[in-house]
Design a protein around this ligand. Structure first.
Ligand SMILES: Nc1ncnc2c1ncn2[C@@H]1O[C@H](COP(=O)(O)OP(=O)(O)OP(=O)(O)O)[C@@H](O)[C@H]1O
Ligand SMILES: [Mg+2]
Length: 232
């Protein structure tokens, strides 16, 4: 069972969009999948509630649901035994202890970032804090950056790409900016489940991301920033 953590303290960078689409991708390809929503706002949980009956089942856990005592009971966090992939959506702000607990159990971390100077600065600081925390905890989890809402012709995109390529954290996928994500979110499905011919390119972007998660391999068009990128 692999636990895939979607993290960034920057709000609105696409954590929920990536969590729901990743869970949908795995489920649609026949992998028993659970989606844990640690955000009290419950956007992933709401997405699951909208999910059409003819889409593959995803087990949902609303781990961030505000409870009376402020603690979610352990039994409520259980997933079915047959679960192979657990996708974890997180809120922008988390207590250090809670984050440490998640990191301890994670198989891989995806950090989404938007092409904008504001998002770039916050995310670079976050990546620094994350790597420092992992070092202090003596854990070595693969971390991959996903550029979300990528518009390759823009200056902001080129600038972000250049900056990220200088890091020793691999850039594992680009997801384009398209209303199909907004549309899929309204329907409770992943964009790969929309079966639109015009989404072929997007499907390849998701395949690249899943390939990295499953094998540690980076797609050929993305520079291999981390030669010893670990398979998980
Ligand atoms: N690739 C994309 N193309 C178009 N719209 C997108 C894309 N990714 C995200 N969005 C939209 O951007 C908004 C923010 O995305 P999302 O809710 O996934 O971010 P988040 O990181 O989960 O936010 P929060 O920190 O508030 O939880 C949403 O309206 C979503 O539909
Ligand atoms: Mg969210």
């Amino acid at each position: 069972m692999k636990r895939l953590l979607i993290l960034n303290c920057k709000g609105g960078c696409g954590k929920t969009t990536i969590a729901t689409n990743l869970a949908g991708y795995y489920a649609a390809s026949g992998t028993s999948t659970a989606l844990l929503d640690y955000d009290p706002q419950g956007s992933s949980q709401r997405w699951l509630e909208l999910r059409p009956e003819d889409c593959s089942v995803i087990h949902g856990v609303f781990a961030g649901k505000p409870s009376k005592g402020g603690v979610t009971r352990a039994f409520a966090l259980r997933v079915p035994e047959e679960t192979r992939r657990i996708v974890i959506d997180t809120p922008a702000s988390m207590k250090r202890l809670e984050l440490m607990g998640m990191l301890r159990a994670a198989s891989a971390i995806i950090v989404p970032v938007l092409p904008s100077a504001i998002d770039q600065h916050v995310t670079l600081d976050f990546l620094n804090e994350l790597t420092t925390l992992c070092r202090q905890m003596a854990i070595n989890i693969p971390v991959g950056i996903v550029v979300n809402r990528a518009r390759s012709h823009t200056r902001a995109f080129k600038q972000l790409k250049e900056t990220l390529e200088g890091l020793d954290i691999p850039l594992v996928a680009f997801l384009r900016d398209t209303q199909y994500y907004v549309h899929a979110a309204e329907l409770g499905c992943a964009i790969v489940e929309l079966k639109e011919r015009s989404l072929k390119k997007d499907l390849r972007q998701w395949e690249a991301l899943v390939d990295w998660l499953e094998t540690g391999k980076l797609p050929p068009h993305i520079p291999h920033n981390q030669p010893d990128c670990v398979a998980i």
